[in-house]
Write a protein that binds this ligand. Structure first.
Ligand code: IFM
Length: 450
C-alpha cells in the first residue's frame, strides 16, 4: 500500500503531558495542577510536575524526532505559561519557549502543528467560573491572538481545541478529568462556550497568519449497536448524538441536533432550553476551516437500557483490547473517515491522533499491529476518495496519561521516568521505515470488518 506523494507523517504530544516545569519561568497553575494535586483524583496521585521534563529536554527530543524521520510534530501550548493571569499580561518567557521550539523544528525540517487548548485552563479562569462561562471564550480568543501573533510568521498549521467533548462532557459531566464536575447543565454550557471560542480563535489566527491552515481536533468513539434490535439501535444513535453530532453538526453549520436537544430537555439537562446560545454564535462556530482533525482510538458498543452516565461500552469477548481497556477496531476508523467525507464533505482531513497504550518494551509488536491496522484503514479510506493529508501518531513518547497518571504508555519512544532517558521501541523503528518508504504491508483481515 503506497500512500500518496506528500502525505504527512508525524507524531503528537501535549504540553501538560510532557513538559513538567509546572512552576517555572512565570507559569501559574492550571486546572490540571489543581486536580492532580487533589488526593484521589489520579492514579497513585500522579501529577505533571515533572512529566517527561520536556521543558528542559526539548532540544534532544527534536533531535530524536529528526533521527526517526518524523515530518510533522503536533504539540500544544500551555495557556498559563503564556498568560499567567488567564488574560492580559503576557509572559514573554513562556512565548519564547515555544518560539525556540518552533525554530528548532523548522531547522530539523519538521512541520509544527500548534494546538492552542489541550486542557490547561489557567486556574484563575476556573475560579471565575471556567468553561461554562462565556467570558472564558473571550480569554481563549486572547490566547489565540497572542500566540498566533508570536508564532504566526513560522507556524503554518493551527488547531484551536483538542477534543471539545473531553473539555466539556468528560470534565464536567463524567467528572474524571479536571475540574471533575458532575453537572450535565454545566457540561452542555461548557461545550457551547468551547465551540464558540473555537470560532473566535479562528478569526484571530486568520488575521495573524493569513496563509496558515486552521482546524480543530475532534475525538470519536463511533457507536455500534450491541444487537440488531431497534432498542440497541436507538442506544447507538443516542451515543452518536452525544459524542459525534453535537460537535460535528455545530461545526459544519447544521446546528445542534434536534433529537439531542429534545432528549437533553426531557432529561432535565437543559432546564431553560438552549438559552445560552446567543444570536450569531452558531455562525461563529461554523467558521470555514482548512482541515478537520480526527482523533480515533476505539469504538463504543451501545446497548439499550444503559444511560449515558454509565459510560460503558459492552464488552466484546475475543476482541483485542489495549492496556487502557479499549477495543482495537480499525474498521470503525475506516467507516468514520468515510462518513466524515461522504456525509459532511470535509475538504481535508488530518488524523491528529491515533495510537494505543501497551506496556511492552522494547518489543512492542502489538503497537505495531495496532498502527498497521489503523494505517490500513486510512489507506482504504484514501482509496475511496477521502482527502486525508497526514497522520500524527499518538504519542511520540510515553507521557502523563491524565487521570491514569504514568500507568499507561502510548509512546513509540519509551521514557524511563527515573533517568528521563528516551529509548525508541520497535514501533519507532517500524514507523521510521514506513515514513521512509511511504508504504505499508497490510494486516487487514476480513474479520476486522465484522
Ligand atoms: O493522552 C490522550 C490525549 O491527551 C488526548 N487524546 C487521547 C489520548 C489518549 O488517551
Amino acid at each position: 500500500m503506497q500512500f500518496p506523494e506528500g502525505f504527512l507523517w508525524g507524531v503528537a504530544t501535549s504540553a501538560y503531558q510532557i513538559e513538567g516545569a509546572w512552576a517555572e519561568d512565570g507559569r501559574t497553575p492550571s486546572i490540571w495542577d489543581t486536580f492532580s494535586h487533589t488526593p484521589g483524583r489520579t492514579k497513585n496521585g500522579a501529577t505533571g510536575d515533572v512529566a517527561c521534563d520536556h521543558y528542559h529536554r526539548w532540544r534532544d527530543d527534536v533531535a530524536l524526532m529528526a533521527e526517526l524521520g518524523i515530518q510533522a510534530y503536533r504539540f500544544s501550548v500551555s495557556w498559563p505559561r503564556i498568560l499567567p493571569e488567564g488574560r492580559g499580561k503576557v509572559n514573554q518567557k513562556g512565548l519564547d519557549f515555544y518560539s525556540r521550539l518552533v525554530d528548532a523544528l523548522l531547522e530539523a525540517g519538521i512541520i509544527p502543528f500548534v494546538t492552542l487548548y489541550h486542557w490547561e485552563l489557567p486556574q484563575v479562569l476556573q475560579d471565575a467560573g471556567g468553561w461554562p462561562e462565556r467570558d472564558t471564550a473571550a480569554a481563549f480568543a486572547e490566547l489565540a491572538d497572542v500566540t498566533s501573533r508570536a508564532l504566526g510568521d513560522r507556524v503554518t498549521h493551527w488547531i484551536t481545541h483538542n477534543e471539545p467533548w473531553c473539555t466539556s462532557l468528560l470534565s464536567h459531566q463524567v467528572g474524571v478529568h479536571a475540574p471533575g464536575w458532575r453537572d450535565w447543565h454545566a457540561a452542555l454550557r461548557a461545550a457551547h462556550t468551547v465551540l464558540w471560542s473555537h470560532g473566535l480563535a479562528v478569526a484571530h489566527i486568520r488575521a495573524n497568519a493569513p496563509d496558515a491552515e486552521v482546524g480543530i481536533a475532534i475525538n470519536f468513539e463511533p457507536a455500534t449497536p450491541a444487537s440488531p434490535s431497534p432498542e440497541d439501535y436507538h442506544a447507538a444513535r443516542l451515543w452518536d448524538g452525544y459524542y459525534f453530532r453535537w460537535f460535528v453538526n455545530a461545526l459544519y453549520g447544521r446546528r445542534y441536533p434536534a433529537d439531542m436537544v429534545h432528549y437533553y430537555t426531557q432529561q432535565g439537562y437543559l432546564p431553560h432550553g438552549l438559552d445560552f446560545v446567543q444570536t450569531g454564535d452558531m455562525e461563529t462556530i461554523a467558521a470555514p476551516l482548512d482541515f478537520f482533525g480526527v482523533n480515533y482510538y476505539t469504538r463504543h458498543i451501545a446497548q439499550a437500557g444503559e444511560s449515558l452516565d454509565a459510560h460503558r461500552s459492552v464488552p466484546n469477548p475475543g476482541a483485542e483490547y489495549t492496556a487502557m481497556g479499549w477495543e482495537v477496531h480499525p474498521d470503525s476508523f475506516y467507516r468514520l473517515l468515510n462518513r466524515l467525507y461522504f456525509e459532511y464533505g470535509m475538504g481535508k482531513i488530518y488524523i491528529t491522533e491515533n495510537g494505543c497504550s501497551y506496556l511492552d518494551f522494547p518489543h512492542d509488536q502489538k503497537r505495531i499491529e495496532y498502527l498497521r491496522g489503523h494505517l490500513t484503514a486510512v489507506y482504504r479510506a484514501i482509496q475511496n476518495g477521502v482527502p486525508i493529508a497526514g497522520y500524527l501518531q499518538w504519542s511520540f513518547m510515553d507521557n502523563y496519561e491524565w487521570a491514569e497518571g504514568y500507568t499507561q504508555r502510548f509512546g513509540i519512544v519509551y521514557v524511563d521516568y527515573e533517568t528521563q532517558q528516551r529509548l525508541p521501541k520497535d514501533s519507532a523503528f517500524w514507523y521510521r521505515d514506513v515514513i521512509k518508504s511511504g508504504k505499508l504491508n497490510s494486516n487487514f483481515l476480513k474479520k476486522d470488518a465484522d
